[in-house]
Design a protein around this ligand. Structure first.
Ligand code: ZN
Length: 241
C-alpha cells in the first residue's frame, strides 16, 4: 500500500491542488489527511470538498474542532481566533458535519495517525523534542505514527531504545525501528520554506519521503486579502512562517 500524506491544509486550496497533482503522479493507493483542513485560509469549504472527493482517511485537528466549538477560543492567539470565527461563517451544515465526524485518531496495520501527540490527541500538544518523542513511542505499536500540528517537517526514529531526529527527508525504514513523522504543512509551512509540504509512505517497500512543491502563493494571498481575513495570514505565506 502506497500512502499519500498531507496535513495542515488550512483552507489553502491552491497549495492543496498542487500537492494532489504531485501525489497523483506518484501512484498513490490511499490518501491520509492528518488534520486542520480549515482555519487561516480563504477556501475552507473548497478544501473540505477536495479531501472528501479523495476519500482520504482523515483525523481532526485543533482548528477543525475550534470551528465546531469543541475547543475554547481562548487557547488560540488573536489572529487564529479571528480566522476560526471567519471560517465558521463560511461553511455549510454539510461541511460542519464532515468536520464533526472526524475521529481523533486512525490506525491500521501499517500506521497510526493523530494531529498532535499520543496518548491524548485532544490535548493538542506539540511534539518538539526527544523527551516528548520518547514518551510518545510508548503509546503506539505501529511501525509509523503520522502527526501534524507544528507545520514543520520532522522524522523521529526509535531504534534499540534510542530516539533521535533524522536529518534525511527520504529514507528506507530500518527493520526493528519505529518512526514518528510530521510531513509538514500544505497550506501554511513554518520552516522558512514557503512551498507546500507532503509525504509518501510505501508500506510494502518500507520507504518514506517528505517532498515540497511550489504553488500559486500570490493567488492564495489575494483571496485572503479580499476575504477580510487578517492580512498577516496572507503575508506569512510568502515567508513560510
Ligand atoms: Zn495547523
Amino acid at each position: 500500500m502506497r500512502y499519500g500524506i498531507f496535513s495542515d491544509i488550512h483552507g489553502n486550496l491552491e497549495a492543496l491542488e498542487a500537492v494532489i497533482r504531485c501525489l497523483k503522479s506518484q501512484n498513490i493507493d490511499q490518501w491520509l489527511c492528518v488534520g486542520d483542513v480549515v482555519g487561516y485560509g480563504a477556501d475552507p469549504a473548497g478544501c473540505i470538498r477536495r479531501v472528501r472527493d479523495l476519500d482520504a482517511f482523515c483525523v481532526a485537528g485543533n482548528h477543525d474542532w475550534a470551528v465546531l466549538g469543541n475547543i475554547q477560543l481562548e487557547y488560540f492567539n488573536p489572529l487564529a481566533r479571528e480566522a476560526v470565527l471567519w471560517t465558521r461563517g463560511h461553511l455549510s451544515d454539510e461541511d460542519l458535519d464532515f468536520l464533526q465526524r472526524l475521529p481523533g485518531r486512525y490506525h491500521n496495520q501499517d500506521l497510526i495517525m493523530v494531529h498532535s501527540t499520543l496518548p491524548e490527541p485532544e490535548d493538542f500538544d506539540y511534539l518538539s523534542n526527544v523527551p516528548k518523542a520518547t514518551a510518545m513511542f510508548r503509546h503506539f505499536r505501529e511501525p509509523v505514527c503520522f502527526i501534524g500540528h507544528t507545520h514543520v517537517p520532522d522524522i523521529v526514529k526509535s531504534e534499540d531504545g534510542t530516539v533521535s531526529f533524522e536529518r534525511e527527508r527520504t529514507l528506507a525504514l530500518k527493520a526493528g525501528a519505529r518512526y514518528i513523522v510530521n510531513v509538514g504543512s500544505v497550506g501554511q509551512p513554518r520552516d522558512g520554506d514557503p512551498r507546500a509540504a507532503y509525504g509518501i509512505y510505501d508500506a510494502a517497500l518500507r520507504t518514506l519521503s517528505i517532498q515540497r512543491v511550489s504553488y500559486d502563493v500570490e493567488l492564495a494571498q489575494e483571496k485572503i486579502l479580499k476575504s477580510g481575513l487578517p492580512p498577516w495570514l496572507a503575508s506569512r505565506l510568502a515567508h513560510g512562517q
